[in-house]
Design a protein around this ligand. Sequence first.
Ligand SMILES: *[C@@H]1O[C@H](CO)[C@@H](O)[C@H](O)[C@H]1NC(C)=O
Ligand SMILES: *[C@@H]1O[C@H](CO)[C@@H](O)[C@H](O)[C@H]1NC(C)=O
Ligand SMILES: *[C@@H]1O[C@H](CO)[C@@H](O)[C@H](O)[C@H]1NC(C)=O
Ligand SMILES: *[C@@H]1O[C@H](CO)[C@@H](O)[C@H](O)[C@H]1NC(C)=O
Ligand SMILES: *[C@@H]1O[C@H](CO)[C@@H](O)[C@H](O)[C@H]1NC(C)=O
Ligand SMILES: *[C@@H]1O[C@H](CO)[C@@H](O)[C@H](O)[C@H]1NC(C)=O
Ligand SMILES: *[C@@H]1O[C@H](CO)[C@@H](O)[C@H](O)[C@H]1NC(C)=O
Ligand SMILES: *[C@@H]1O[C@H](CO)[C@@H](O)[C@H](O)[C@H]1NC(C)=O
Length: 897
Amino acid sequence: MPGLSFRVLSLYIFFLLRPPNAGAQMNQHAVLGRTGVPFSFSPTWQILGPFQIGTREAPWGADPLEYYGGFRSLDFDDEAAFRSSLPSNGLVFWSTVEVELSDVDNAGVAALLTVAFPEIDWSFLQTVYGWAATQFQAWARGEIVHEGPSALPVVLFSDRIIEFWVDGKSYFGGDFYAYRRAPVVLHLEPGRHRLDVRLVRDVRAMGGIGEPSIQVEMQLQPAAGGFELAEDGILMSAAVTGKLVSPWASVSVRNSGLSDLEIFALEIANGSSDLVPLQNFPISVKSGQSRPLAFQFSSLEFNTSSIQIAVKYRPALDHDPISTYVVSQNITHSRSLYNPHKFTFLHPGGIVSYAMIRPPSTNASCARPADMLLPILLQLHGAGVEAESDAVAHALDSVPDICAWVVFPTGVTTWSSDDWHAWGFADVEAAIASLHLWLQSTGWHGVGIDVDRWLVSGHSNGGQGTWYTLAHRPDKVFAAAPVSGYTSIQNYVPYSLWQPADPARTAIVSAALNSYRHEKLAENYKGIPVLQQHGEMDENVPAFHSRLMRKILSETEANSTYVELSGQGHWFDGVMTTDPLRQFYKDQLRNHESRPPLREFSIVVGSPGNMGSKGGVTVEQLDNPGQYGRIDIKISQPSSDWCLYEMNTSNVIHLSVRPWPCWNLRLKMNGASVRGDDLAAAQGEVVSLWLSGDGMWQASSAVDVPATVERRRRRQLGPLDAILRSEGPFTIRYFGSNTASLALQISRNFFQYFGADTNISLGSIPGNASSTGNEVVIAVGEALPRSAYSEYPIQVAGPRALTIVDHAGQRRRYGGESALAAVFLRPLGNERLELVVWGASVEDAARAARLVPTLTGIGQPDFVLLERSSSWKGLDGAVAMGFLDQKWSVSKTSFVT
Ligand SMILES: *[C@@H]1O[C@H](CO)[C@@H](O)[C@H](O)[C@H]1NC(C)=O
Ligand SMILES: *[C@@H]1O[C@H](CO)[C@@H](O)[C@H](O)[C@H]1NC(C)=O
Ligand SMILES: *[C@@H]1O[C@H](CO)[C@@H](O)[C@H](O)[C@H]1NC(C)=O
Ligand SMILES: *[C@@H]1O[C@H](CO)[C@@H](O)[C@H](O)[C@H]1NC(C)=O
Ligand SMILES: *[C@@H]1O[C@H](CO)[C@@H](O)[C@H](O)[C@H]1NC(C)=O
Ligand SMILES: *[C@@H]1O[C@H](CO)[C@@H](O)[C@H](O)[C@H]1NC(C)=O
Ligand SMILES: *[C@@H]1O[C@H](CO)[C@@H](O)[C@H](O)[C@H]1NC(C)=O
Ligand SMILES: *[C@@H]1O[C@H](CO)[C@@H](O)[C@H](O)[C@H]1NC(C)=O
């Protein structure tokens, strides 16, 4: 479910049920009784707002107070008025609000801040601008008060906050989805500390019904001041009859001390078994950093109820003795192999993730020989829901005997990281690719798994993920059931209230989201039966989305059935097992093999970096990234031993064909024949086709372009979020000591929003072929190392300037007095990427760092150069932005000034 996560919802209810004034009484005593910590939050907070903000616009800046030097430079003033497009007379004033203070279970204190602006005529604004009008931004100022005698290490949680400042130091971002995985570590000196919080309302995270308000929660808890766990326990598989179903496991640790730590070993604390870490020791955990430590158990036999793992660590650069921390985890013993249970595996980013798995029941009568393979039924969860919760893992209990392997992936987080896109979808595919581990571990002798045949379904954000999967893996998906799903984030909560910007710039933001606009990719669905289901009265994801898709699907000759449930809302018990869905699962799982291949179809591609084949045809390169590519295909078989492929292409310069069902093929590309001699492909062999400089297509059975830094390919393709297609943990390199806190912040965001692992390292030479993970490089001015590719178009040209060679070959210079900031993707060997975060000063680099992926829908293209004015103008403060093509050249539709 989008909207409130269950945890936040229950917290909210908890506060509603508290006796009146309970909070106010506590306010008088900074030292709270039960948990006895010497620090608290101030009871009264100052508020300034509301101001306009667009959907997912905040990472671009767009904070009107920045024009006046930022909220941090303003003091409370009864008289002061600020211009705002929302209130009557266009003016907002300071106000104050009481926060609700409470104890935290074990130790610590929480402040719940609720901010609403009832004086604004929201309902009228909403009749004009829709849900976009119920989103706003504001600032709040309070204090952390530490009455103890000495400095204390604490962690600060920032639920549903996008950014905040503590004593004038900026933190971007907060914990917008309330994951609580990577809080900020503070070393709190005695006294009062100013806390400035930027509040941004977001319909997807906070709901769209009723008077718009923002509730955020801050929590302060004492920290160990050294090694501690970032998440309780051990992430590991369930056991069945005393044996784990997968060897992969991980422990997440945090360093809340002032000096860096090194992890020296992981051992099973009692018991004779052993474990093998994924990375070599020592593993560095910087001051303030959180990291997951991935490992495999050597033996899967665990008949005990719990397991203890000893983590051995010591301060880096020190000869202190090694300390040991013992992590304990109760082992989940699944009642039966046939119950949904937790199965762990390795995500390509070098972290351990899990999916819930339910093998086909012995009672399933699938009318096929015992040695046959059964397909996979993927069920993608909604936003804010954990896959192991009953609401997800037991959603199909009432259809126990379907002929499929049911997999409920997580996408790593409850928001499936990036809405099941680059990082979240890699998780789905990694789960599927690891199912053989489950077969081995359990000694399974039943029916096998056809890992390339998927029935994909999902609810809400998972319904959107279903459209994504269908559009990007049409050769694997044989049927799809998007339930209460949305089409694209832009259709969900319109982008109409962003700060005004040149359409040349907004077009680029929009184009950066091309792969996620499922209504534009509908032609890829042809030939795949779709059952759409939506509640008529859905107030969370309006039925409009499914009605729109129904109409579009009919125009693309896709085979779809639409079921609108009259009177039903977004979610109800049994939403995934209504009569039409049960029938659909049954029919599709029975019939999927008999379907003939398509002879006439089209492929639409946003970015080849995330697109699989359709009908055996794969788009490898677009001419102009940032514009959809398209192929219309007609396959005929004039004689029994050869096929004719007629293809018309648009914006495609490289594609490949895996011919079927012919041994030989002939090609007609845009009406012209392609030389036939080379094309006698053995069945299963791939033919590559390139558009040459003279406009003619050339074929070759040389399958691949070599992986050199001069050519951009595969997982390097796509807009900025391609950085998430990392194979292995990320490395974050920073140049100059003032950039260390930015490295830590990016590391924290990667762990918070993606569960990703990052190795932070000071300077040194970027990338070598031996490494596998992608890198983030943070540098100020001339400290940025040169690109691994000498012809790379964006170069440092002095301490405060960059140059870009534009599409026409002209070198353009940016910077000087404009306080330039930039993010851009550069190539590294081994098909890797380097994301550069650059600024004329550290403050400028911090502005650029906001555009490193966190939330979806921000629309970062391959490169962006921002002036300081972006902090209030938002996107319009970008002086250059756009896409880099297959030769890493600036594409013709990029925006330059
Ligand atoms: C663990 O328990 C299961 C069933 O209780 C038994 O079949 C298995 O042999 C046991 N394994 C070991 C290593 O004791
Ligand atoms: C480890 O010790 C705990 C008690 O301290 C016990 O419950 C558990 O079964 C032991 N684990 C193994 C693998 O022996
Ligand atoms: C682990 O199991 C023990 C015994 O059943 C129980 O007391 C304890 O609360 C469990 N711990 C967790 C974290 O669930
Ligand atoms: C098969 O059906 C029987 C009888 O209804 C039931 O007891 C058993 O649990 C079922 N097995 C599975 C794996 O669902
Ligand atoms: C569309 O799907 C339905 C149900 O799966 C099936 O009966 C029908 O034959 C399909 N039509 C086409 C044109 O594929
Ligand atoms: C390609 O374009 C030509 C000319 O417009 C048209 O006749 C032909 O049908 C098209 N082929 C496909 C497969 O769309
Ligand atoms: C992590 O970075 C350190 C330098 O800080 C380096 O020595 C180590 O090899 C790196 N580890 C990995 C796995 O890349
Ligand atoms: C990468 O490693 C190779 C040998 O493995 C070495 O020759 C080369 O200099 C290294 N390049 C960089 C940039 O470190």
